[in-house]
Ligand binder design. Structure first.
Ligand code: HEM
Length: 438
């Protein structure tokens, strides 16, 4: 008979630990139960941060794994790429992936810098601002332009507000406890969420209809509307809407959080040497460097990678349910059980990253980490579709802000993070004061 690895008995303690300290909640579990360990639930999820275990999950035949988060369909739609498996997943990936290639993303470099400058043009000495709030505005503008080609500020603002209101309506309680997703005669948080969601869907349907009615354009929506699969079939309106929603949701909050964490780390006094080295590298690029020159700056890339390592957005994103038994680190796991690559374990492994809680970009200059050791964007057949855009945007926004301002953190109290929808962002928003415009 197969036995699952040990783990906490009840779900409640694990969920509480996640809500209290989302970035580091898995480290004590490994200390207590070893690696791999099992998170209770339906299905139970076997989690590992061991590179060999992660390799086993990410290199398994994708047809033997299915997404384990199907209960999120109520938020994302039944045909969302992140919720479908097998041939349907392959089809949607083939249609949606080409516009996200790194080379295409580079076409947006100057615009990303311009958007960042526009959102900070009024900043003066003494100004107080939240880097998280700023980064949300920047990344939402970027994703709306990349996906919809939306240019007019009024159209962008209206859409951005609808989206933000819908996302804010997904409280961690609604996300974690499906039983709370009930409409109490039009009252309660779920009913309110549904109303906002309907308005957002109507706005998306309008965009889809407009893209269908016009000649092909360069934005992602247009590419998706005109794309055909191997059988010559186009995406249906629902498939289009579900993918657009996923891309906007997955594509802006995540990048904004990553940018905010970069400043939470770089502005701390203990990391002053890292900030100084980064500033010197960026200053050496001259007064108005091309986006490509910024993108090539090695210490900038190392600092962004170290941010993505030290502040994993989710400790174990996108669990997979086994459709066939799997051997994982000596355990014979039966079909039906879930498995997850524990980013929140892998990124804090002492053996891979000595002094793992210390923010030290130099690690990424001293050695190369395998995709099973450093995996901020997950891996395998479901690796993050927007990884190239996210990394590029993060480097350009961080560089533009560092080049433009001397900033000081308003509070040096450590920030343990706060769960926002599916991600862990900074609890206090990374509030800064502008010391100088440079
Ligand atoms: C710093 C920013 C980001 C981080 C850390 C991040 C991280 C991740 C992770 C860990 C996964 C799960 C991968 C897996 O299952 O192995 C994922 C999936 C995904 N991400 Fe991202 N992401 C980021 C930005 C973006 C952006 C900008 C977009 C789109 C514009 C995006 C779109 C997606 C999509 C569509 C998936 C689902 C892929 C699939 O199931 O096939 N992400 N992301």
């Amino acid at each position: 008979m197969s036995t699952l690895p040990p783990g906490p008995r009840g779900q409640f303690g694990a969920i509480l630990g996640y809500l209290r300290d989302p970035l580091h909640c898995m480290v004590p579990m490994v200390a207590r139960y070893g690696d791999p360990f099992t998170l209770p639930g339906k299905p139970p999820i076997v989690c590992t941060g061991e590179p060999e275990g992660i390799r086993a999950i990410y290199t398994a035949d994708p047809d033997t794994l299915a997404p384990a988060a199907a209960d999120m369909a109520v938020f994302l739609g039944d045909t969302s790429l992140i919720l479908v498996g097998g041939a349907e997943h392959r089809r949607l990936r083939r249609l949606a992936a080409p516009p996200f290639h790194a080379a295409r993303m580079r076409a947006h470099g100057a615009r990303i810098i311009a958007i960042t400058e526009a959102h900070t043009s009024a900043w003066q000495e003494g100004e107080v601002a939240s880097i998280h709030a700023l980064a949300q505005k920047i990344s939402l503008d970027v994703i709306l332009r990349v996906i919809f080609g939306l240019e007019q500020p009024a159209a962008m603002a209206a859409f951005a507000e609808l989206l933000q209101r819908t996302l804010d309506g997904i409280s961690p309680l609604l996300a974690l406890f499906p039983a709370l997703r009930r409409d109490f005669a039009g009252l309660g948080p779920f009913a309110a969420f549904r109303r906002r969601q309907r308005a957002l869907h109507a706005a998306l349907d309008e965009q889809i209809a407009a893209a269908r009615a016009t000649e092909p354009r360069a934005d992602l929506l247009s590419l998706l509307v005109h794309a055909r699969d191997d059988a010559g079939e186009a995406l249906t309106d629902q498939e289009l809407r579900d993918q657009l929603l996923l891309l906007v949701i997955a594509g802006h909050e995540t990048t904004a959080i990553a940018i905010a964490w970069a400043f939470d780390a770089l502005l701390r006094p203990e990391n002053a040497a890292a900030l100084e080295r980064l500033r010197a590298e960026l200053d050496a690029l001259g007064p108005a460097p091309e986006p490509a020159a910024i993108d090539r700056a090695p210490y900038l890339e190392a600092a962004c990678n170290e941010t993505l390592r030290r502040y994993p957005l989710a400790p174990a994103p996108a669990p997979r349910r086994l459709l066939q038994p799997m051997e994982l680190l000596g355990y014979k796991l039966p079909a039906g059980v879930g498995v997850a690559a524990g980013i929140g374990v892998a990124h804090f492994r002492e053996a891979t990253y000595p002094e793992p809680l210390v923010f030290r970009p130099e690690r990424f200059l001293e050695r190369t980490f395998s995709p099973f050791e450093f995996l901020p964007f997950g891996g395998g057949a479901r690796r993050c579709l927007g990884a190239a855009l996210a990394g590029y945007e993060m480097r350009l926004v961080v560089a533009t802000l560092i080049r433009g301002f001397v900033l000081r953190l308003r509070s040096l109290r450590p920030d343990l993070g706060k769960v926002r929808a599916a991600n862990a962002g900074p609890r206090h928003g990374v509030e800064v004061e502008v010391v100088e415009r440079t």
